[in-house]
Design a protein around this ligand. Structure first.
Ligand code: UDX
Length: 430
């Protein structure tokens, strides 16, 4: 099938490449010309495990092309996927201007019947707006349908998730659109759920909100553990063995970050409010998440007493391991909170240093964790990169001024850290 993907970000690029791998003819279009040139020249603009190999393979097959002209690429496509950004506007609503612009441009380019698919996370009822906008701009006689097919891929495992989605949700207005999308996903072994457009839109928001709720729930429990002598890891294990609860997304820590959860919760609460329902639970989930970042700084304060002029090393800047993404990363928040109290912050990350520096230009970056900790009064582990797991505590202790660790992801074994002479604090563990 001929497929056009509008927006060559994380979702667009990975989805487009995966569909090309399945034998479809895919064109990814993006308004960012330097990015398009880079992709055409064989470059990979993001750090995502497996993506360079996937792109290399499909480029060779000739089934993946790039471009900047949305209308031209939409003409002749059977499926047009919208994977443009939906950031949060100052009121907390999803800023849908890119979706609206894409809808208009796609409409002007369509020449034959096509299914236009919302793949970006959008508030419920956006499909309806897209359809109305397109109707005003499409050439006379050209038919189209608007569907919702949300993605659930996680950064760091996006390629794997796109190849084997946990489920394929097809939110369609009719059987004609359903048929087209079923053909698109022929050969995928995942369960397919067919719903109306609104339900599919809601599934995406509700899924992310629920995952974030799990994280905030366990973080709240971790605070209680700290006050009572219970161990949150064991509590989570004990809860997770109940299949109704499940073991995933119960890792206590510095809280969630990334481009999706905070933004989607905000937008979900906002659309709920617009529809006349105050989804207060979501506001509380967000509040617990913010408190968790502040709590890490509080643990540091408990150890160091005064933070002014203390040298604090942050290990890990990416919002989670295996990505260079620092959007809404807890690290940046913690760095700013520390600086506000007069601490001197230095950091290390295996890949996200440059992107973090773009957000905090005067961030002091070191080439490796030991150099980052040289002369430090404390180390805060913010992202649980596998490379940090086997850190040599003795070597670390030797280079530091004071032996203090705040492990904000419960990466290390407390007894090993203490045996090396560290004052060691983690989240919800005695
Ligand atoms: C998320 C959703 O998982 C995915 O389905 C959706 O398509 C996009 O948003 P992503 O943001 O890439 O994916 O990462 P995810 O693995 O979900 O982690 C989000 C944040 O939660 C990270 O900061 C992570 O460190 C944190 N997290 C996750 C926890 O603090 N504890 C956990 O138990 C799990």
């Amino acid at each position: 099938m001929k497929v056009t993907v509008v927006g060559a970000g994380y979702v667009g690029l990975v989805t487009g490449a995966t569909l090309a791998e399945r034998g479809h003819d895919v064109t990814c279009v993006d308004s960012d010309l330097p990015k398009v040139r880079m992709l055409e020249a064989g470059g990979v603009p993001i750090h995502e495990p497996g993506l360079p190999e996937l792109l290399a393979g499909v480029r060779k097959s000739g089934r993946l092309g790039f471009g900047a002209d949305v209308a031209a690429a939409a003409g002749g496509a059977e499926v047009v996927m919208m994977t443009v950004g939906t950031p949060t506007d100052p009121q907390g609503k999803a800023d849908l201007s890119s979706v609206e612009a894409a809808a208009r441009t796609i409409a002007t380019g369509l020449r034959d019947y096509a299914v236009v698919v919302e793949k970006s996370t959008v508030p419920v009822r956006t499909g309806e707006r897209v359809r109305r906008t397109m109707e005003r701009n499409v050439r006379p006689g050209v038919e189209f349908d608007v569907a919702s097919n949300p993605e659930f891929l996680r950064e760091g495992t996006a390629v794997e998730d796109a190849r084997k989605p946990s489920r394929i949700v097809l939110g369609v207005p009719n059987g004609r659109a359903e048929k087209v999308l079923r053909r698109l996903y022929e050969g995928f072994e995942s369960p397919i759920l067919v719903t109306n457009v609104e339900t599919a839109e809601m599934i995406k928001h509700a899924s992310n909100a629920f995952l974030a709720t799990k994280i905030s729930f366990v973080n709240a429990v971790s605070r209680l553990c700290e006050k009572s002598g219970a161990n949150v890891e064991e509590v989570a294990r004990g809860m997770g063995l109940d299949p109704r609860i499940g073991a995933q997304f119960l890792r206590a820590g510095v809280g969630y970050g990334g481009s999706c959860f905070a933004k989607d919760l905000e937008a979900f609460a906002e659309i709920a409010s617009q529809l006349g329902y105050e989804f207060r639970l979501l506001r509380e989930v967000q509040a617990v998440n913010r408190e968790q970042r502040a709590h890490v700084v509080e643990l540091l304060r408990q150890e160091l007493w005064v933070l002014r002029e203390k040298r604090v090393t942050l290990l890990g800047l990416a919002f989670k391991p295996d990505t260079d993404d620092v959007r809404d990363a807890p690290s940046l928040d913690v760095a700013q909170r520390l600086r506000a109290e007069g601490a001197i912050v230095r950091a290390h990350d295996p890949v996200a240093g440059a992107k973090a520096k773009a957000m905090l230009p005067d961030l002091d970056l070191a080439a490796d964790p030991y150099a980052a900790a040289d002369g430090a009064d404390a180390v805060v582990l913010v992202t649980e990169w596998p490379a940090y797991k086997g850190l040599d505590f003795m070597r670390l202790r030797k280079v530091m001024r004071q032996p203090v660790i705040v492990d904000a992801r419960n990466l290390w074994d407390p007894s090993a850290a203490r045996a090396a002479g560290f004052h060691y604090r983690s989240i919800g563990r005695p």
